[in-house]
Design a protein around this ligand. Structure first.
Ligand code: HEM
Length: 399
């Protein structure tokens, strides 16, 4: 049997193995052998890698761990993320009370009730995209023609961002989330996106609409650049994640025909299926990062103040102690407490919206395209191993 010393992952990120849906084998092994272990980062620094469900959840709930990269020892996953320190931070990278003060300005926009009121509009957009995708065609790239435009259109509508600018902001977002982007590329993309959102936000003073940016301007409590920072976060988080979950979910269902058949037979079970797909696919593949600001004991290991941690959400969601046969996609399982949206004070603000978009997208696609299938060999599907958010770059499907 392998020893912990032989198997513990030495660098982050580790490569995926033969199953493209599974977390990297080295991290899965670490969860069994040494669930809290040391890993090396790109810059020669090292930090803790935390892989078990219980431990990841414990750190996320513990205010001795900070999200603020200004704290010494904060683990940077790329040089680009370090360089972005110079940019005005958004609340995802701040601690309470400032984090809470800013987040509370948006909670009303993402309640279950407010989100539910968007259902007819999201359904309309979904149907229109499918009409256009299938018009005179029997094959398409599901990412470009459906999965990406759907959440982009919705977040544009909510924020008051003109959708015709989508090529621009999607390209900036791709650069910001690409692990291989150079520092210069990231800084440039961020500068351009910041200038764009700040100018748009300022224009809402004279030309208000009923979007979130206008509402924050009218509130009069924040500088334009603070509102712009929030707008940037929402624009990126609001489309990249849901888009990738949609395409990857369809692929996972096509690869698990008995699960797909179950869902086709029970469309009312789509919300439960969405939860299992969120757990199984855990697209925030590089994990969540924090730094200890006080000594803390987690799972029997003392983490000292000033030491960084990477919380590997994908291995936590594949923890057999929490989810029996966790490596199996089972749309009927109990998925409670999955960590795909994080946990604690930074838990995903947009989760009601993401859930609704995924539910409508999957239910409508499967209903309207009963013959939906992959149009290329599975081996040829380009997975996003190079991006901070996992998924597929392209998904050629036929119907
Ligand atoms: C935070 C995942 C969709 C907005 C987070 C976090 C995760 C996550 C794991 C926690 C980050 C941390 O603890 O450091 C996802 C996934 C999504 C999704 C898997 C889709 C399937 C969305 C959408 C929006 C959104 C649609 C907005 C419209 C945010 C915001 C935060 C956040 C604003 C920061 C919350 C805070 O710091 O208080 N998301 N997200 N997300 N997400 Fe999402």
């Amino acid at each position: 049997m392998a020893t912990a010393a032989q198997t513990s992952p030495t660098s982050h990120p580790a490569p995926r193995g033969t199953c493209p849906f599974a977390p990297p084998p080295a991290y899965e092994q670490a969860r069994h052998d040494e669930p809290i272990s040391r890993v090396g980062l790109y810059d020669g620094a090292s930090c803790w890698l935390i892989t078990r469900h219980e431990d990841v959840r414990a750190v996320l709930a513990d205010n001795r761990f900070s999200s603020d990269p200004e704290n010494p020892g904060f683990p940077f996953l790329t040089e680009a993320s370090r360089q972005l320190l110079t940019v005005k931070p958004t609340f995802i990278r701040l601690d309470d009370p400032e984090h809470g003060r800013l987040r509370r300005m948006l909670t009303g926009d993402f309640t279950m009730r407010r989100t539910a009121s968007l259902r007819p509009e999201i359904q309309r957009i979904t149907d229109e995209l499918i009409d256009r995708m299938t018009d005179g065609r029997h094959q398409a790239d599901l990412v470009n023609d459906f999965a990406l435009p759907l959440p982009s259109l919705v977040i544009c509508l909510l924020l008051g961002v003109p959708y015709q600018d989508h090529d621009f902001f999607q390209e900036c977002s791709r650069t910001l989330l690409h692990r291989g982007s150079t520092t210069e590329e990231v800084v440039e993309a961020n500068t351009r996106l910041t200038a764009y959102i700040d100018a748009l936000t300022a224009s809402k003073r004279d030309n208000p609409d009923d979007g979130i940016l206008s509402r924050l301007v009218a509130r009069g409590e924040l500088e334009i650049e603070d509102i712009g920072a929030m707008g940037r976060l929402l624009l990126i988080a609001g489309h990249e994640t849901t888009a990738n979950m949609t395409a990857l979910s369809i692929l996972a269902l096509l690869r698990n025909p008995e699960q797909l058949a179950h869902l086709r037979a029970h469309p009312e079970a789509t919300p439960a299926a969405v939860e299992e797909l969120l757990r199984y696919l855990s697209i925030v593949q590089n994990g969540l990062v924090r730094v200890a600001v006080e000594d803390a004991e987690i799972g029997g290991t003392t983490i000292r103040a000033g030491e960084g941690v990477i919380l590997q959400v994908n291995t936590a969601n594949w923890d057999d102690d929490r989810y029996p046969a966790a490596d199996t996609l089972d749309l009927t399982r109990d998925t409670r407490h999955h960590l795909a949206f994080g946990f604690g004070v930074h838990q995903c603000l947009g989760q009601p919206l993401a859930r609704l978009e995924l539910e409508i997208a999957l239910e409508t696609l499967l209903r309207r395209l009963p013959e939906l299938r992959l149009a290329v060999p599975f081996e040829d599907v380009p997975f996003r191993s190079d991006m901070l958010i996992y998924g597929v770059h392209e998904l050629q499907v036929a119907w």
